[in-house]
Write a protein that binds this ligand. Structure first.
Ligand SMILES: C[S@@+](CC[C@H](N)C(=O)[O-])C[C@H]1O[C@@H](n2cnc3c(N)ncnc32)[C@H](O)[C@@H]1O
Length: 385
């Protein structure tokens, strides 16, 4: 059975995340990819891919043969007798709000004629389409993939899918903004990107230890805990270690679960074993609000490279062959709009790491940024040879 992912804004990163966890990932259209899951793929309680742990996917859906039959069967098996709510997202090439609305009206008319529960014709509400595909916020706020009797039906080139999850906008915002210890100077790693970094390490067993050697305020650690992994954070700064501790206490409700925090310089620290995977945002250099002058950028590049490559050299003897490392490293906006990379992949290969390869994208394209952002994040994914 095929699953469908509606990709996030940074499509290449979304594709790499899907490839890291699932099989047969194929691009259907600029916004869509299909995939299958394997035994080792993470699933939710319903045994399906879990939208809440995929930072790069906006919506998830499962392929169905026919939306009318699907809805009738689902209502029959759940015994739901309230109002049916349906939204249609048409992703086909020539789609428009009108094509989506037509599909929705057609479904409504057919359902209204069907006595799903004997003696009772169902009441059906369809959502208005401002665009051919419903926005994440519309699907989320109308509980389309959550409540019984509420459906998002997705259409693409004669294929039909039913929504099984949409990104929980409020949960991400609250994890990001309600943390007790925040520090704008060390950067604000979005929780979504922290999830992506962890997922880029591939499927990992429950309770696997995830090391973040540049843990800062602990966003990666917090997401690792929520994904049932064991967080292990270190940072050069005592203050950051304390911030991570406060944030972990907050997210774990002071249950004192199994997490580890230490002060340490990533270029010479000796970590405790085991280390099953490393997911982190490395040192990004000083915050900048304008594209830097050449000299300022060269200084920043030099400092960041020394710390990041120094970390790779130091950790090499401390991890087993095959250990995955997913890291966000800085890239700087240039006056012509391009981004200057650190260009360290060849050096890391020569130190004894394999650079991950993807079927649908390339490492060069894993750049995470908002329009005009001066310090962007390049995502690198490697495994010790
Ligand atoms: C971009 S921040 C990471 C922010 C983090 N992702 C968070 O959730 O807040 C980089 C961190 O690297 C730390 N750092 C800088 N040089 C370091 C080194 N040599 N060893 C370990 N940590 C270092 C800084 O103290 C800072 O907290």
């Amino acid at each position: 059975m095929d699953y469908l992912a509606v990709l996030g804004r940074q499509k290449n990163i979304s594709l790499a995340e899907l490839e890291s966890l699932f099989d047969n990932v194929s691009i259907l259209s600029p916004k869509l990819a299909t995939f299958k899951f394997t035994k080792s793929s993470p699933v939710n309680e319903a045994g399906e891919p879990d939208i809440d742990r995929l930072g790069g996917t906006m919506k998830l859906a499962r392929e169905i043969k026919n939306p009318l039959e699907y809805i009738i069967d689902d209502i029959k098996s759940s015994g739901y007798d309230g109002k049916i709510v349906i939204g249609v997202s048409d992703y086909s090439k020539k789609s428009s709000p009108r094509t989506s609305q037509r599909w929705a009206l057609d479904l409504k008319a057919k359902l209204r004629k069907t006595e799903i529960i004997p003696g009772k014709k169902p009441s059906v509400r369809i959502l208005a389409n401002k665009s051919a595909d419903l926005s994440t916020a519309t699907v989320y706020h109308n509980h389309l993939c959550k409540k019984p009797g509420h459906y998002e039906i997705l259409h693409f080139a004669n294929r039909w899918f039913v929504g099984i999850g949409v990104q929980d906008i409020d949960a991400y915002t609250s994890r990001d903004q309600a943390r007790p210890a925040r520090d704008a100077k060390v950067g604000m790693l979005p929780p979504k990107l922290a999830q992506i970094l962890i997922n880029l390490c591939g499927p990992l067993p429950k309770n696997a230890t995830i090391l973040d050697p540049f843990c800062g305020t602990g966003v990666v650690l917090q997401e690792a805990f929520l994904m049932n992994f064991r967080p292990y954070g270190t940072d050069l700064s005592d203050r950051m270690v304390e911030y991570s501790e406060r944030n972990l206490d907050w997210i774990t409700h002071d249950e004192k679960p199994d997490f580890l925090l230490e002060q340490g310089d990533a270029t010479n620290h000796s970590w405790k074993q085991p280390i099953d995977a490393i997911a982190c945002e490395g040192y990004l250099g000083p915050p900048m609000s304008l594209a830097p002058a050449d000299i300022k950028m060269k200084d920043a590049m030099h400092d960041c490279k020394a710390i990041i490559v120094g970390f790779f050299k130091n950790v090499y003897e401390q991890i087993a062959s095959g250990t995955p490392i997913a890291m966000a490293i800085p890239a700087w906006l240039r006056p012509d709009g391009s981004y200057q990379r650190l260009n360290i992949l060849d050096e890391l290969e020569s130190l004894g790491y394999n650079v991950m390869k993807y079927k649908n994208t390339s490492q060069r394209d894993l750049l995470y940024y908002r329009d005009g952002q001066v310090v962007a994040r390049e995502i690198i994914v490697l495994r010790k040879k």
